[in-house]
Write a protein that binds this ligand. Sequence first.
Ligand SMILES: NC(=O)c1ccc[n+]([C@@H]2O[C@H](COP(=O)([O-])OP(=O)(O)OC[C@H]3O[C@@H](n4cnc5c(N)ncnc54)[C@H](OP(=O)(O)O)[C@@H]3O)[C@@H](O)[C@H]2O)c1
Length: 168
Amino acid sequence: MKISLIVAMDINRGIGKDNDLMWHLPADMKFFKETTSGHIVVMGRKNFESIPEKYRPLPNRENIVLTRNTSFKAEGCKVVHSLEECLSLFPENEERTMFIIGGGEIYRQAIEQNIIKEMIITHVNKSYNADTFFVDFDLKSWSVETILTKEKDERNEASFSVVKYTKK
Ligand SMILES: NC(=O)c1ccc[n+]([C@@H]2O[C@H](COP(=O)([O-])OP(=O)(O)OC[C@H]3O[C@@H](n4cnc5c(N)ncnc54)[C@H](OP(=O)(O)O)[C@@H]3O)[C@@H](O)[C@H]2O)c1
């Protein structure tokens, strides 16, 4: 099974504040939806709770929530208690991609455990006052390809580029 990670970060690697996103970028939201639709999305419990109730579970995707709380339940989602348990839910020849969709703690563990073969990172060209950051990974281990660029406009408050990092 292909395991990918998808994240948006600002110029300081910031990804969130007060358990919420910091920007309004519908073009990036659209890219996220298109990229992950039909696949599996794995999120930390805090990220799950940051998604407005009316938008969760994320439609057209199998939603998996990670928590250490064994009584936690989330309608329409599978709940797991470790990354290992999450991986064990799917066969090796699973055709869908497993997207790790954050937040900060889940990204860090997935990278440290070396299970990520591809990262799709939206680099937002602006500085925000974040309290959660994306792990500082070793750039030398990844091949880099820019797959989308977007200028700032009346609906998107900052320009951004989406870069695909593939493990060498
Ligand atoms: N910019 C982006 O692309 C992006 C994407 C996603 C999220 N975010 C932002 O990131 C922030 C949230 O990130 P966060 O780091 O605070 O929290 P998080 O990673 O979303 O969730 C952390 C929680 O996940 C559970 N967990 C972590 N490791 C686990 C493990 N090994 N086994 C089982 N459960 C585990 C624990 O839940 P319990 O406490 O229930 O045990 C932990 O409290 C928010 O601001 C959100 O908006 C940004």
